[in-house]
Ligand binder design. Sequence first.
Ligand code: ADP
Ligand code: MG
Length: 231
Amino acid sequence: MTLPAVRTRTGLALREVTLTYPDGESRLTALDRVTLEVAPGEFTAVAGPSGSGKSSLLAVAATLLRPDSGQVLLDGQDAGALGEGARTALRRERLGIVFQQSNLLASLTAVEQLLVLESVRGGRPKAARERAERLLASVGLDGAKQRRRPHQLSGGERQRVNIARALFGSPSVLLVDEPTSALDHERGAQIVDLLAEVTRTHRTATVMVTHDRDLLGRADRVLEMQDGRLR
Ligand code: ADP
Ligand code: MG
């Protein structure tokens, strides 16, 4: 089978991706020949009901799950062609992920949530701290809030920390799962506006999945997911 041609050599591309899960005697098809391209600076929203395959789509795009067939390309690099170590490196260098479940560490301040990654990367501590502070300020968290721990921040503020943390490694692809599910409408709208803004300023190829239809107008493009198929 020949796969469709890829328009962009940067950003994110999925080609004819199929993903199944074991389901008793048979298999459940979570993604059914999904093709998607998102260019740098483009904010794409994927809408669809619960169970339609949205989180599966992000897990495959994040190279955390290997599809049964099809390709995932990050900046033109075929993730499936890489071994485990190279794929982990690719993920670390190219991807920012905001998971549905916030996984901020309870004992760390906002700025430390970002720096914990830098200590893994082995960069210079002072420059990293300044960069983390600038990034947190740019998503709307002032100096005092940067020194708070997750339980001392609101849901919207925690989501801002999650976004800043995802951007800290200068990713080219930003994947965001249901960022507004724990927020009221107004705060949810602010978070989606922020995602639109960071997509422009950081030139990320951004994919946000959501079942919240009210917020789709802020995206450059809206795709519909239904039973594992993308339209
Ligand atoms: P959404 O994020 O749109 O709610 P998911 O991608 O989480 O959808 O799920 C798509 C389908 O795959 C659902 O039918 C779900 O029950 C199933 N599914 C998701 N994860 C697993 C898993 N780890 N094992 C088996 N089935 C799964
Ligand atoms: Mg989901």
